[in-house]
Design a protein around this ligand. Structure first.
Ligand code: SF4
Ligand code: SF4
Length: 337
């Protein structure tokens, strides 16, 4: 049960100052060239005023696009290996939406499944999330079909819901209470606020449990090839996605040494899962598109007990050829195996 408070708009200045004085980096959506992205800020007036979502996701704060895992130097008869150590800065993510806040659980499921990833965990430990509920939505949003909602609290340490004069503040976790303790006077206890009335209305677009249940029987359906016909394989959908976690390990080396890097991969790429032998078990764009859907809606629930999609719609907004994930899922829901 969250502790409920009211936070005035004016008090955000003092909250940001308290976070900064505590040595925390604040990342928040800022506006430039007509789009919003997460950038370091120190004052609330630097935060974008009227954003729906950032184009890129917040996953880079815990899972960078490229990460050095180790490096080495070599000379005749000798190799010296240096393990890389994670660089984690105390960070507050301010203003991400509830869908994105909930996406850290999907990343955590992979990075702490059969191996505890020290890079991911070091950054997650240093991360606190002050989410902001959604008072509006667009056609790409489908959080309510995948267990979320415009005011869902999962993943936020504090969730702010905009209301007249400021915010309804739900302090949800120990990390949230630690932030509150930096400026306790700013949080005024409140009750009786009708939170639901402050939120966007996001209709439930499809029956996800029913879709997940029938996906195994749809594996050989021509649907996936048909849906993928216009995909150009740019990989953008995976790069903007807050839950996409596929990566590749690459080596850069010369005769004096080298380094091993972990870099984001995308199931959109034609070389995705290409074996060294030349064989690719997912040879066509249709097979790769099917993998994208099945990974998020079948394999994830089977393996981790949760979905690999939070319905944020970033992939749909970023796609250059209008591959609309929600429309494709609705269509799959209507197909009989
Ligand atoms: S963003 Fe669109 S075109 Fe690019 S890989 Fe994804 S689905 Fe295909
Ligand atoms: S697949 Fe698309 S809608 Fe789902 S979490 Fe990723 S970007 Fe968001």
């Amino acid at each position: 049960m969250a502790d409920l408070y009211q936070l005035s708009s004016a008090s955000l200045d003092a909250l940001f100052a308290a976070l900064t004085a505590d040595g925390r980096r604040i990342l928040a959506p800022t506006e430039a060239d007509g789009r919003s992205e997460l950038n370091p800020v120190t004052r609330p007036d630097q935060v974008a005023k009227d954003y729906l979502q950032t184009t890129l996701s917040a996953k880079e704060t815990v899972f960078p696009k490229v990460e050095r895992l180790l490096s080495y130097t070599q000379a005749p008869g000798q190799v010296d290996l240096v393990d890389a150590e994670p660089h984690a800065v105390p960070t507050v993510l301010f203003g991400i939406r509830p869908c994105e806040a909930s996406a850290f659980a999907a990343l955590d499921a992979v990075f702490n499944w059969d191996y505890r990833d020290k890079f991911f965990n070091a950054r997650l430990e240093q991360l606190s999330v002050i989410g902001v509920s959604c008072a509006r939505r667009d056609d790409a949003c489908f959080c309510t079909a995948v267990g979320g909602g415009p005011g869902a609290t999962k993943g936020s340490d504090i969730l702010l819901t905009p209301m007249a004069g400021g915010y309804l503040a739900e302090v949800l976790t120990d990390k949230g209470r630690a932030i509150q303790a930096l400026a306790p006077d700013l949080f005024q206890p409140t009750s009786g606020v009708d939170k639901a009335a402050l939120l966007a209305n996001v209709p439930t677009a499809f029956d996800q449990p029913a879709l997940t249940a029938k996906l195994p029987a749809l594996f050989d359906s021509p649907l996936w090839s048909e849906q993928s016909l216009r995909c150009v394989g740019c990989g953008a959908c995976a790069f903007v996605c807050p839950t996409c976690v596929c990566f590749d390990i690459q080596e850069e080396a010369d005769k004096t040494g080298g380094r091993r890097l972990r870099a984001w991969d995308s199931c959109g790429y034609h070389m995705f899962t290409l074996h060294a032998s030349g064989h690719n078990p997912r040879e066509t764009q249709g097979a790769r598109w099917r993998q994208r859907i099945y990974h998020k809606f079948s394999y994830y629930p089977e393996r981790y007990g949760q979905l690999g999609c939070v319905g944020c719609g970033k992939c749909t907004r970023a796609c250059p050829v209008d591959m609309n994930l929600q429309e494709h899922l609705v269509e799959a829901s209507q197909v009989n195996p």
